[in-house]
Ligand binder design. Structure first.
Ligand SMILES: Cc1cc2nc3c(=O)[nH]c(=O)nc-3n(C[C@H](O)[C@H](O)[C@H](O)COP(=O)(O)OP(=O)(O)OC[C@H]3O[C@@H](n4cnc5c(N)ncnc54)[C@H](O)[C@@H]3O)c2cc1C
Length: 404
């Protein structure tokens, strides 16, 4: 078994690490200063556009997309260590490289299932980083981790679909550059096959009847850099039938296809977040003294740092194995491993960031260090893209099947 990265990955890693040092980390404080002066907190600070232009110039663009016609054509195994590096600055780096969720998943859906017109109208400007997008599935009224529950109605009326429903936690929809929503709803709510009732349609944000009502918070954060997490109302919003993605009744299958890569990307970035937390923990431990000793000399701090390092190494190996399986046997063949990393990574990273916060004392929960925001982001991933318990249920059932 060869654990080394191949030449292309090493080359891109070198470039990306330099890009992070020279451009991204210095831009973190600049972006905050610029944000304070913006007319709306949802506008994009100018430095983000500068980062995008520089990343594109350096060929660090659309690295997530395995399709070489549209993206960089990297395998999951090649992209994994790059996504990890972007996770060290999760507010800026993924956007700078045009590799931020939910646009990445939406671009994958459009490249795999979109027709030529849909690709031209929506995929091309997304690939160019000119517009943003959102994915609207979750509804406040129903347990949306079970996608068969959703109630948004996509009713056919002549050559139009009429969309009616209420969604929330729709990431990215507060961003004024967000122009297009991929909406999951039911075209056949009474159909016999519960997994063929749903379809996905493209709904432009400026469609009459669409209201982006408010920004939902995450532990009090509004996630300005990623366009927030909006509540969106669809009140008889009409779109042409040509806005259907794939076929009627195909929504469930597209959602499954979308979530495989999305989940592993989240896990890769989470490992980068853990690395940032470990770095901050170590720097703080060697620079702060309490009761006559550097914090780094306390045994309990050694335990935290050692446990964090061991955990990250374990997680990374499992994530890389999953990426390799996705490349070699496909997303379906890697199902168990995708679920395993989705269960294991957020909770372990939350734990590491929690220790780093503890070591920073009050500073750890403050706005002067990125730890509190990293914690909030990592914690949500125990819920978003399917709560832990749903993945545990499915993984355990597959395990039990072997003995039935
Ligand atoms: C920051 C953030 C961003 C998000 N972005 C998006 C987005 O862009 N688009 C979008 O559509 N949605 C998004 N979501 C929503 C997310 O996908 C849902 O919250 C998630 O799927 C869970 O659905 P729910 O909130 O309705 O919880 P429910 O389905 O009501 O589940 C609540 C809890 O019930 C428990 N539970 C459920 N099923 C089982 C089971 N089988 N066994 C045991 N326990 C169970 C779990 O503990 C679960 O957390 C986002 C959420 C967050 C927090």
């Amino acid at each position: 078994m060869d654990f080394a990265f191949d030449a292309r990955t090493e080359e891109l890693r070198g470039k990306l690490l330099a890009f992070m040092d020279e451009h991204v980390y210095p831009a973190e404080a600049v972006a905050e200063e610029q944000r304070a002066l913006l007319a709306s907190p949802w506008d994009t600070p100018a430095v983000v556009e500068e980062l995008k232009a520089e990343a594109r110039r350096q060929g660090l663009w659309n690295l997530f997309l395995p399709d070489s016609e549209y993206g960089a054509g990297l395998t999951n195994l090649q992209y994994a260590p790059l996504a990890e590096i972007t996770g060290r600055s999760p507010q800026l780096a993924p956007t700078a490289l045009n590799c931020a969720a939910p646009d990445t998943g939406n671009m994958e859906v459009l490249s795999q299932f979109g027709d030529e017109q849909q690709k031209k109208q929506w995929l091309e400007p997304l690939l160019a980083g000119e517009i943003r997008s959102a994915f609207a599935m979750t509804e406040p009224e129903v347990a949306s981790s079970d996608a068969t529950n959703i109630t948004t109605y996509i009713e056919r009326d002549g050559d139009e679909y009429v969309v009616t429903g209420r969604k929330w936690y729709i990431s990215g929809a507060m961003n004024p550059d967000c122009r297009i929503l991929i909406v999951m709803g039911k075209t056949d709510p009474d159909g016999d096959d519960i997994r063929r009732q749903q379809s996905m349609v493209l709904v432009p944000v400026d469609t009459p009847g669409v209201t982006v009502k408010r920004a939902m918070q995450v532990f009090g954060y509004e996630d300005h850099y990623h366009g927030g997490h909006a509540e969106v109302i669809f009140d008889h919003a009409r779109v042409p039938v040509s806005n259907l993605i794939g076929e009627e009744g195909g929504g469930f299958a597209i959602a499954q296809a979308r979530l495989g890569p999305g989940r592993i990307h989240h896990c890769m970035r989470l490992i980068g977040m853990a690395e940032r937390a470990i770095e901050l923990m170590c720097r703080r431990a060697v620079s702060r003294t309490a009761f006559g000793k550097a914090l780094a000399q306390q045994g309990v701090v050694h335990n935290w740092i050692a446990d964090a390092r061991v955990t990250v190494e374990q997680l990374r190996l499992l994530v890389l194995k999953t990426a390799w399986l996705m490349d070699t046997v496909g997303n379906r063949g890697a199902h168990t491993e995708i679920q395993a990393i989705k269960i294991a990574t957020p909770r372990a990273v939350v734990d590491i960031i929690d220790r780093a916060i503890q070591l920073h004392g009050a500073g750890g929960v403050s706005q002067d260090f990125p730890l509190a925001e990293l914690y909030a982001g990592a914690r949500t991933l125990m819920i978003a893209d399917g709560p832990d318990e749903v993945h545990q249920r499915s993984l355990a059932r597959r395990e039990l099947k072997k003995y039935l």
